[in-house]
Design a protein around this ligand. Structure first.
Ligand code: ZN
Length: 405
């Protein structure tokens, strides 16, 4: 149904128009009316308003379909920015993206280890401030911060519902506190869901429905359906690291038994490497070391370089992740699974080939359609970029125009 001109000033109509311009990169007013179902008169009015505020610019003319060639519109990349933070105990990535989702600045640091929330978030806040300053971005144009991290979490209130990495983090209001420190809106989101939407927004994944297996220090999953992250009831869905792969397995911290993560995540791989004293010595692994990502990186590098023991461990982990990929593809009827996150980036090709092999061999729907397994193009940054993109999506959907532009 077409929207009446009276709806032009409504933030929701603006958000829809902005999102279509973003997705198309360049588009004419006539095409906008056709894809949005909004009347041409309303489109003209909304576009005029968006141009007056510097959010949309005209960029030449498109192909003629008989009459005068239509003027093409695109988003003004410098009109607004969003910050994305991947927050992991042993690895943090901060990015700034412009209004089109293009990355304009990036920094990373080795995480905040076991520091209590107050100290850890102060470090994150100061790093965000420093990056905004270094990038020369007008702070008044920053829409907010997307904080992508592990779950379970209460996305609505910005609270973590986990004792990781220490008990002090349980029910700590990470979102509201970081927002207070920065004076910017902060959206808390699941790292795997953020990585999935980041891949989609960047155009790395051309289809609108796909699955994402995510591995940092833990294993998670995200499923994008028709361009939107599948949220479930509480945004704690697709926790593929906590599916049972051994019904007789030990109890996991989550309460379930025999969870995938306990057999296949980086901590499990390091534990197995330490049980092989010769491998542990060769790689310089220290049982007291809490830096999981660096130790896993050593095993992954050795595996890639052909160390048979290291390779055996990484392949074992990959077989278990293959089970997760088969499960995900069968549950959601997917034909594409993207491997994202810092741990896949560290040992990408081994995981990709083993997981693909398992999926080809075991997926229920393989007779109906092929299922591809690909490695993320944005590597360890996918979740941070996705975090920023979720801010753009959320803020632009109900954008209030003001004097900033
Ligand atoms: Zn579990």
């Amino acid at each position: 149904m077409a929207t009446s001109p009276a709806g032009a000033g409504r933030p929701k109509t603006r958000g829809i128009v902005l999102d279509h311009i973003r997705a198309a990169r360049t588009i004419s007013r006539i095409e906008l009316a056709a894809v949005t179902g909004v009347t041409p008169a309303t489109i003209t009015q909304v576009v005029r308003e968006l141009m007056a505020h510097g959010l949309v610019v005209e960029v030449g003319r498109g192909a003629s379909t008989g009459g005068k060639p239509p003027t093409l519109l695109q988003l003004n990349p410098h009109a607004r920015y969003a910050v994305g933070v991947l927050f992991e105990r042993n690895s943090c990535v901060i990015v700034i993206v412009d209004l089109t989702g293009r990355q304009v600045a990036r920094t990373s640091f080795p995480g905040t280890a076991l520091l209590p929330p107050e100290q850890a978030l102060s470090i994150v806040a100061s790093r965000v401030e420093a990056l905004i300053g270094a990038a020369g971005v007008d702070r008044g144009r920053v829409l907010g911060v997307g904080l992508a991290t592990y779950g379970p979490q209460d996305r609505q209130t910005g609270v973590l519902l986990t004792h990781q990495p220490t008990a002090e983090w349980f029910e700590y209001p990470v979102g509201p506190r970081l927002s207070e420190l920065l004076g910017l809106p902060v959206l808390l989101d699941n790292d795997a869901a953020a990585a999935a939407i980041g891949e989609h927004w960047l155009g790395a994944v051309e289809q609108d429905t796909f699955g994402c297996l995510y591995m940092a220090s833990g294993i998670g999953g995200g499923v994008v359906v028709d361009g939107e992250v599948y949220r479930g009831v509480s945004s704690n869905g697709v926790e593929i690291g906590h599916i049972t792969i051994d019904v007789n397995g030990g109890r996991c911290d989550c309460g379930n038994y025999g969870c995938l993560g306990n057999y296949a995540d980086p901590s499990a791989v390091i534990k197995q490497a330490l049980e092989d004293s010769s491998l542990g010595r060769r790689l310089g692994l220290d049982p007291a070391d809490t830096d999981v990502m660096t130790a896993f990186g050593r095993v992954a590098t050795a595996a890639g370089a052909g160390d048979p023991a290291a390779r055996g461990l990484v392949e074992g982990s990959a077989r278990h992740l293959g089970t997760a990929a088969v499960t995900m593809a069968s549950l959601f009827d997917l034909d594409l699974i993207v491997l994202a996150g810092p741990s896949f980036a560290a040992a990408g090709s081994i995981y990709q080939s083993v997981i693909e092999e398992e999926v080809q061999r075991r997926t229920f729907a393989r007779r109906a359609h092929p299922v591809r397994v690909v490695t993320s193009v944005s590597g360890s940054d996918a979740a941070a970029i996705g975090g920023a993109v979720l801010v753009l999506q959320s803020e632009l959907a109900f954008l209030e125009l003001d004097a900033r532009a």
